[in-house]
Structure formats: structure tokens, C-alpha cells
Write a protein that binds this ligand. Structure first.
Ligand SMILES: *Cc1c(COP(=O)(O)O)cnc(C)c1O
Length: 385
């Protein structure tokens, strides 16, 4: 088979399954409205849960950072790219979350790849929740360690898998809030099991950090759990991008020796670190609390409204509110009909979610207004007739 044939067959397969992905150009895609081709849509697709992506203080912090440090870091952190702005942010994150150390990464995807590949060897085992994010499962697949997956949030199955003989170390991997279902992991129960078996726990709290719990400290803190490895990302609640791994002194030093994503990759721009510090300041402030409360009221309002509609809802109490439709084509049609009513929603199809669970992944944010939630419910009602 030629390259050309191989690629065309793969593309045809995706088209035939109604799963062909295309990007849509937008003028602005975060915040309350998404604008595109001169039209304005109420935005129920972004992960900018607290509406911080356009916060004036944070925008100004980025501008001031650029004026002070320039626009690029000039190298990896091991060479010349670890500035006072990066150091300050790491210290603020460690202090906020109660860990000895925080290490910055350019993205959550990179952080998960780096941590898992640096830590895991061939005699080791990774035991991961089946619904873990692609960046976690892919890292686990690529690592020489054995990968075993447990049914979503299934503590007894986790326990049974950890009991199977393993000559090396075991790492359990899960998320604080699951990205496609919006539900939470029972972190306390899972961590207790892991601890009994000398297994470390890695929690990726991409969707919980900034949004859940006191001062936005996220799912683990909210549940009174301190995983050995906590991954937080900044493209969602923080409204920017980047990530950090929270860990012990020794694990941080180990990552600095062995995490290739830190050693062979340019560090984030210092101005971005300045903006992230400003975002963290808002998240920890009274304004942050008010934003979280506003978001919680929308989640309740939406879930209440959804009970009267003929769609399957999930257990999600988070900003991610999936409406499960089942069939790919029906999900696309529903997304299209909402779009015609001025609402931007995304249909998520397999392989991102399991076969037969195509859905609208709706996200509510603190930048919405109550009438946006009501309009969304009304549009879902009409579309379901
Ligand atoms: C979004 C997400 C990531 C990736 O983070 P980026 O910073 O966007 O690369 C990792 N894990 C989970 C659970 C996510 O939802």
C-alpha cells in the first residue's frame, strides 16, 4: 500500500463513521460569546470555566510581563529559561496547594507525558481509570510499564488489579473531574486502596483546579486527599495555558534530571508565568469565590431544567454538563440546531467517548448570565420535540 492509499483509507474510514474532524475558525472562542464570520454565539464549548481568559487584570499582567521580560524565555529551564517569574509562580502554586514543590510545563499534555515516562520502567505497572484523558493513557501506552485499566471509578476493581503480582512499582492514574462526563473520582477511597499497596496516585485535576473547593484548590484538596503526584493545568479554570506538577522535593529533583519535556523544550514565556500568577491571585480572592458561586448556581439551574427534558444526564456536578444522545448523527444534528439558535455547542463522538455515547459536551462558565442558561434549556426543549 502506498502512503497516499494508506492515508486515504484512514480518512474515508472517519468520513464513513460520521467522525471526520474539522476545525472551525473563530475570531474569539473563549468567554461568554464566540464570534465567527460576523455572527455571535453564546458559547457553551469553552473550558474557560471562571471567565478569566479576558480578565483585564490578567491581560494587563501579561502585557506588563512582556514589557519586562520580552515575549520569549529563550531556552529550556535548564539553560537560561527559568526566570524569576517562573520561580515565583512555582512557589505560589506549591504554597497554595500545600506541596513542597511545583514544576511548570508548557501544557497538561506535556506534563502527563513527562511525568509518566520519566517515572515508569519496564517492571512497573500503571493502573488507570478507563476514562482517563488521552494524554494520560497515551503516555501509559508508550511507556515500557504494563498498563491495566479499571472500570470508571471502580474501587474494588482497582484493588484487585493492584493485588496481581508486580515486581516493580505501581502507579494509579485518575482525574479529579472527568473531562467528557464531568463527574468526580472518589479520590479518598482510591487513595486509601493505593496506599495500602504501596502504590502512588497521580491525579490529573485539569477540570477541578481553580473551580472546585476552598480558594479553588481543586478536587483533591476538596476531598481531603493529597496524591503523591498532582497535575494541574492552566488552559481551563486559569483561562490561560500551561501546567504544573505538584510533588515532593525528591520527585521534583528527579523530574529535573529525567523529564525530557523539561530538559529539551523551551520553557513557557515569562510573561505567561506573570499572567498565571495574576490569574492565581484572582482565583484565591473573594472575586474568585464569587465567580465559583455564580458558576455553581448555573450548574444547579441547568441540571434542574434538564430533568424535564428527554435526554440522559450524568452525575456531573461540575461545569461540564454532557447531554448524552447516543447516535453520532443525532448528536451532530442537535448541535447544528442549537447553532442555528445562536448557541455554540460541540458534539463529541467516538473515539473520544465510548461507542454509542455521542453527546453534546456543554460547559457552563462564570461569564454566562442566567438568561443564557434559560435560553439553552429552551433550545434543547424545542430541539427534542
Ligand atoms: C485538557 C486536559 C489535559 C491537557 O492539558 P493541556 O494543557 O490542554 O495540554 C490533560 N488532562 C486532562 C484531564 C485534560 O482535560
Amino acid at each position: 500500500m502506498t502512503w497516499h492509499e494508506r492515508i486515504n483509507i484512514a480518512l474515508e474510514g472517519r468520513r464513513a463513521a460520521e467522525a471526520f474532524r474539522v476545525r472551525k475558525v473563530v475570531e474569539n472562542g473563549a468567554g461568554r460569546f464566540l464570534s465567527r464570520e460576523g455572527l455571535r454565539f453564546c458559547n457553551f464549548s469553552s473550558n474557560d470555566y471562571l471567565g478569566l481568559s479576558q480578565h483585564p487584570q490578567i491581560v494587563r499582567a501579561w502585557q506588563d510581563g512582556a514589557a519586562r521580560y520580552g515575549v520569549g524565555s529563550g531556552g529550556s529551564g535548564h539553560v537560561s529559561g527559568y526566570t524569576t517569574a517562573h520561580q515565583a509562580l512555582e512557589e505560589q502554586l506549591a504554597d497554595w496547594l500545600g506541596y513542597p514543590r511545583a514544576l511548570l510545563f508548557i501544557s497538561g499534555f506535556a506534563a502527563n507525558q513527562a511525568v509518566i515516562t520519566a517515572l515508569m520502567g519496564k517492571d512497573d505497572r500503571i493502573v488507570a481509570d478507563r476514562l482517563s484523558h488521552a494524554s494520560l493513557l497515551e503516555a501509559a501506552n508508550l511507556s515500557p510499564a504494563q498498563l491495566r485499566r479499571f472500570a470508571h471509578n471502580d474501587a474494588p476493581q482497582l484493588s484487585a488489579l493492584l493485588d496481581k503480582p508486580c515486581t516493580g512499582q505501581q502507579l494509579m492514574v485518575t482525574e479529579g473531574v472527568f473531562s467528557m462526563d464531568g463527574d468526580s473520582a472518589p479520590l479518598g477511597e482510591l487513595h486509601a486502596i493505593a496506599q495500602k499497596k504501596n502504590c502512588w496516585m497521580l491525579v490529573d485535576d485539569a477540570h477541578g483546579i481553580g473551580v472546585m473547593g476552598d480558594e479553588g484548590r481543586g478536587s483533591a484538596h476538596h476531598q481531603g486527599v493529597k496524591p503523591e503526584l498532582l497535575v494541574v493545568t492552566f488552559g481551563k479554570g486559569f483561562g490561560i495555558s500551561g501546567a504544573a506538577v505538584l510533588c515532593s522535593e525528591a520527585v521534583a529533583d528527579y523530574q529535573l534530571q529525567f523529564a525530557r519535556h523539561l530538559i529539551y523544550s523551551t520553557s513557557m514565556p515569562p510573561a505567561q508565568a506573570v499572567a498565571l500568577s495574576a490569574s492565581l491571585k484572582v482565583i484565591r480572592s473573594e472575586e474568585g469565590t464569587a465567580r465559583r458561586e455564580k458558576l455553581t448556581s448555573y450548574i444547579q439551574r441547568f441540571r434542574q431544567g434538564l430533568t424535564t427534558l428527554p435526554f440522559q444526564r450524568t452525575d456531573s456536578l461540575s461545569a461540564i454538563q454532557p447531554v448524552i444522545v447516543g447516535d453520532n448523527r443525532r448528536a451532530l444534528r442537535l448541535a447544528q440546531s442549537l447553532r442555528e439558535k445562536g448557541m455554540w455547542v460541540t458534539a463529541i463522538r467516538p473515539p473520544t467517548v465510548p461507542e454509542g455515547t455521542a453527546r453534546l459536551r456543554l460547559t457552563l462558565t462564570a461569564s454566562h448570565e442566567p438568561e443564557d442558561i434559560d435560553a439553552l434549556l429552551e433550545a434543547l426543549h424545542v430541539a427534542s420535540q
